[in-house]
Design a protein around this ligand. Sequence first.
Ligand code: CA
Length: 239
Amino acid sequence: MAAQSADFQTSLLASDQMQILVVEDERRMADLLERTLNEEGHQVVVSRDGREGFDIARNSPFDVIVLDVMLPGMDGMTVARRLRESKNKTPVLMLTARDSTADIVRGLDSGADDYLVKPFSIDVLLARLRAVSRRGEIPRSACLKVGNVTLDPGSRRVMRGREVLNLTPREYRLLELLMRNAGRAVSRDTILESVWGFETDVTENTVEVFVRALRLKVDTREPKMIHTVRGFGYIMRES
Ligand code: CA
């Protein structure tokens, strides 16, 4: 590792070496991912079958899993869901050819942390992998509390009063962002950047869809906590 270019050093420092599992049945895509990620200094294991990928993911530790949706053996959504059911918390970046909001929401609900719609640029993939793997680390910060809503970043448990709220990973990030800024308006741009990262195909409408979904879980009773700041974004506060 002595004769690396400055660029390569930078990207390696920024991302650190990761153990990455790629579950992708299209040979060209799998080869491209393996080659590119190797060039970035990562260790890559490739599986071309969903069931096999699931078994590999369950039996060896990875920093991140790149998971295609349409796979032989077991589809990517099922792989992600079963991993989460078996308490496997490895960050999952889902690759999808579908781009309808319903499919994306389904993917995220299945336990994926983020998704990329094919075709995507390798730079975007690398940036997203860095973001997803960072999020995978469990923060050791204190519990957040707004009114009777509590969020524990250690266990990722969210409660309103005595009721445990079941949030998708993305809803959780959205709520965490609003709670960390409690009493301050958070702009849609900030939400897009913090919750969706480097994605370019997300619109303000997507933010609205997710805020609506979050409200259906958090604000089912009075007082409402998540408020719209017209023309700007959202604020979380008790009244
Ligand atoms: Ca496929």
